[in-house]
Write a protein that binds this ligand. Structure first.
Ligand SMILES: Nc1ncnc2c1ncn2[C@@H]1O[C@H](COP(=O)(O)OP(=O)(O)OP(=O)(O)O)[C@@H](O)[C@H]1O
Ligand SMILES: [Mg+2]
Length: 253
């Protein structure tokens, strides 16, 4: 059975009071298994970014439960949230969110500062992550010297460099042409096939071919939720696969 990584129950996000009261999320339930690639769609203002920000521990629900790897994280301190975020979550945003006045190598190395890796190891790991996206020869460039598609691939390298449990992407192809979108999606697909869990918001229905599950939201709740891959067929983390093989071999002797 696939492991549950995220469990949301009765999640509600309210803005304002009385006459100005509105709900970005209302009584929202969701269970995410390891290895799912979930695409979230829905009209502007239906709560997609609010949901991603709460899952990413950048925002808190007004009420409701949130368990991340079995730990109740809805009510924990901001410090603990920041620690968990650095260790377990990688973000990719529509507008790349790279820091303009440092090299792309230093941008990719940033999440490793928060998990306290020594600086020489940080830069080596960041360089390896850029290599994976064929951007190593540009590692001393600044973000402004790269195309939009290249900047988004740098942002994906930054999202995965600390080996997070979950990758959250809010319209990662929203600012890209179709060729760059395709390259970015192929990178996310490769990351997913290694057994990573991805939750991505998109307005582009053609991208749902990459998903194992498509959720349509409406007014702060789930309208439709369709799994195209069954839980037992989801990709497994590479190390888990290795252990399984190892066990099988041992059994033969
Ligand atoms: N800080 C805030 N104060 C008040 N209302 C807010 C705030 N942030 C978001 N909202 C409201 O919550 C609702 C959901 O916003 P959210 O950004 O999650 O939508 P979205 O689905 O991501 O939309 P889009 O597709 O345009 O990005 C909207 O009605 C928005 O106006
Ligand atoms: Mg949004």
């Amino acid at each position: 059975m696939s492991e549950t990584v995220i469990e949301l129950k009765g999640l509600t996000k309210r803005y304002g009071y009385g006459d100005t009261e509105s709900f970005a999320l209302k009584d929202f339930d969701l269970t995410v298994k390891r290895g799912e690639f979930i695409m979230i769609m829905g009209p502007s203002g239906c709560g997609k970014t609010t949901l991603l920000n709460i899952i990413g521990l950048l925002d808190r629900p007004t009420y409701g439960e949130y368990e991340l790897n079995g730990e109740d994280v809805a009510g924990i301190s901001a410090r603990r949230q920041a620690h968990l975020r650095a260790k377990k979550i990688g973000f990719v945003f529509q507008n790349f969110n790279l820091i303009e006045d440092i090299s792309i190598l230093e941008n990719v190395a940033l999440p490793l500062v928060y998990i306290k890796q020594p600086s020489t190891i940080r830069l080596k790991n960041a360089s390896n992550a850029l290599d994976r996206f064929h951007l190593q020869e540009k590692e001393y460039y600044f973000p402004g010297q790269l195309s939009g598609g290249q900047q988004q691939r740098v942002a994906i390298a930054r999202a995965i460099v600390a080996d997070p449990e979950i990758i959250l992407a809010d319209e990662p192809t929203g600012n890209l042409d179709s060729r760059s979108s395709h390259l970015v999606m192929e990178e996310l697909k490769a990351i997913h096939e290694e057994g990573n869990t991805i939750i991505m918001v998109t307005h582009n229905p053609t991208l749902t071919v990459y998903a194992t599950r498509v959720i349509n939201m409406l007014d702060g709740h789930i309208d439709t939720d369709i799994k195209t891959v069954e839980d037992h067929n989801l990709p497994q983390p590479v190390s888990v696969k290795f252990n399984k093989k190892h066990k099988k071999k041992r059994r033969k002797h």
